[in-house]
Ligand binder design. Structure first.
Ligand SMILES: NC(=O)C1=CN([C@@H]2O[C@H](COP(=O)(O)OP(=O)(O)OC[C@H]3O[C@@H](n4cnc5c(N)ncnc54)[C@H](O)[C@@H]3O)[C@@H](O)[C@H]2O)C=CC1
Ligand SMILES: N[C@@H](CC=O)C(=O)O
Ligand code: NA
Length: 434
């Protein structure tokens, strides 16, 4: 009989516990698919005394460094999350000859280049399908299936927690906080949910997607990022009135001068666009490429079981390579593309603000947009339903623009905020698919 492949697991939380279960329960099936048995030889945890159903207590250790440096490991599955100590442990595991499977987008968005080069130098694998959009196969399509094509744009919903929250607020009318607590209980949120709601998790995923799509290194710090904490129920109602849903989007696209824009922000998505109907913790990603045209990937973006599916897909692939004595190298950075500043990105916007109700005000407002080269697509005026003027401003204008530069829109908003005929509550939302 051929020797089993030795596997170590770091972290037995929401995802790690499911991966451990599958490794044990499905050992025979996995063996038949790999041609070698997978032997779980250690599970690195913080507290070895906690009961962990389905995991042999003898495998538990809180000495994660000792585990990854024991020298006989074939595969290390990193599921502790966060940048350190995860990065140091993964580097050590690579140095000691283990292939890596990780779901850790925070770490990868910080250091994918260095980790890929270290894995390549050592002749081991680095796979991370679960790091972006949970169960959805998107890393492999970008780095393998589409590598012969030219990608122009990647756009999608890549954070399950925020999609779950926004969806619940609309469909069940629950508060932001209630929806967040439910997402945490269901295992969708990061250990620190600020990463989800402030957009940092989506920004890390956007950096990874952009790097793969455009064959370059993109760091988390280069990604423009706005989360959903500033989205109000009034924004949600305004979006509904316009026939849209608010979604947190991650967008990476080529500019006309071969730079890239990488951004994460909430947007009003027209109901007719397929992203508007992506509900709960589902994620969806559009890829627009020159030869293939438009592709859409949809599935569960968060949760223990869906994420474990993606992790196990990588484990089987890496183990098969290992069994054949090979490794696949996907150094992402074939080129060095510049990430353009957000001010140079274009978008459609919905700008809403309170105004005094006087003859000629609409023209004055339109002139502000015109002065900064922003063309108007739809103009709506509504008097307050309760008839009560807000701070002396009885009417509210909602203006949807045509595609315009972020820098121009910022000048419009500055001027509106300084105008005596506009109230202080100026809201701006980017628009997609309208
Ligand atoms: N939960 C989800 O839906 C998804 C999670 N991920 C990623 O998978 C990874 C794991 O996520 P979850 O399982 O949800 O997190 P979790 O917080 O449920 O589990 C992480 C586990 O690692 C342990 N841990 C953390 N630092 C440690 C250390 N220094 N030493 C020993 N143990 C340590 C924690 O005690 C915890 O039990 C993260 O990188 C996360 O971003 C990726 C896709 C989806
Ligand atoms: N917290 C993340 C988990 C998956 O990456 C999310 O909500 O999408
Ligand atoms: Na994935």
């Amino acid at each position: 009989m051929r020797k089993p492949l030795k596997v170590a697991l770091l972290g037995a939380g929401v995802v790690g516990s499911q991966v451990a279960r599958i490794l044990v329960q499905e050992a025979d099936t996995l063996e038949s698919r790999i041609g070698r048995r997978l032997e779980l030889v250690g599970v690195g945890v913080r507290n070895v005394d906690l009961p962990r159903p389905g995991i042999d207590p003898a495998l538990l250790t809180d000495d994660l460094e000792g585990l990854v440096t024991r020298g006989d490991l074939d595969v290390v599955i990193e599921l502790i999350g966060g940048i350190e100590p995860a990065r140091g442990l993964v580097m050590k595991a690579i140095e000691h000859g283990a292939s890596i499977v990780s779901a850790n987008k925070a770490m990868l968005a910080e250091d994918l280049g260095a980790l890929s080069r270290a894995a390549e130098a050592k002749g081991v694998d680095l796979y991370y399908e679960a790091a972006v959009a949970g169960a959805i196969p998107i890393i492999r399509p970008l780095r393998e299936s589409l590598v012969g094509d030219e990608i122009d744009e990647v756009m999608g919903i890549v954070n399950g927690t925020t999609n779950f929250i926004l969806d619940k607020m609309v469909t069940d009318g629950v508060s932001f906080q209630e929806a967040l607590e439910e997402a945490q209980a269901l295992g969708y949120a990061e250990a620190d949910p600020t990463a989800d709601i402030e957009g940092h998790d989506a920004a890390a995923k956007a950096a990874i997607l952009a790097g793969l799509a455009f064959h370059t290194e993109v760091l988390r710090s280069e990604v423009f990022c706005e989360g959903i904490t500033q989205v109000t129920s009034a924004d949600i109602a305004a979006a509904e009135q316009m026939g849209c849903k608010i979604k947190l989007l991650a967008i990476a696209k080529l500019t006309h001068d071969d730079r890239i824009i990488v951004k994460v922000h909430p947007a009003m998505v027209a109901n007719k666009h397929p992203l508007a109907s992506v509900s709960g913790a589902y994620n969806a990603i559009f890829v627009n490429s020159r030869e293939a045209g438009e592709l859409m990937f949809l599935g569960q973006g968060a949760g223990g079981n869906p994420t474990a599916s993606a992790v196990m897909g990588d484990v089987v692939t890496v183990a098969r390579n290992r069994a054949r004595g090979t490794a696949a190298h996907f150094s992402p950075a074939y080129t060095r593309r510049v990430v353009a500043p957000i001010a140079e990105s274009s978008a459609q916007f919905f700008v809403s603000f309170d105004v005094v109700d006087r003859p000629g005000i609409l023209a004055k407002c339109a002139a502000v947009f015109g002065r900064h080269g922003v063309s108007l697509r739809i103009v709506q005026q509504s008097l307050r339903e309760d008839g009560e003027p807000v701070d002396g401003f009885p009417a509210r204008l909602g203006i949807m623009t045509h595609l315009t530069l972020e820098a121009n829109l910022a000048r419009v908003v500055d001027e509106l905020r300084q105008s005596e005929f506009v109230g202080s509550n100026v809201r701006v939302m980017r628009v997609e698919g309208f």
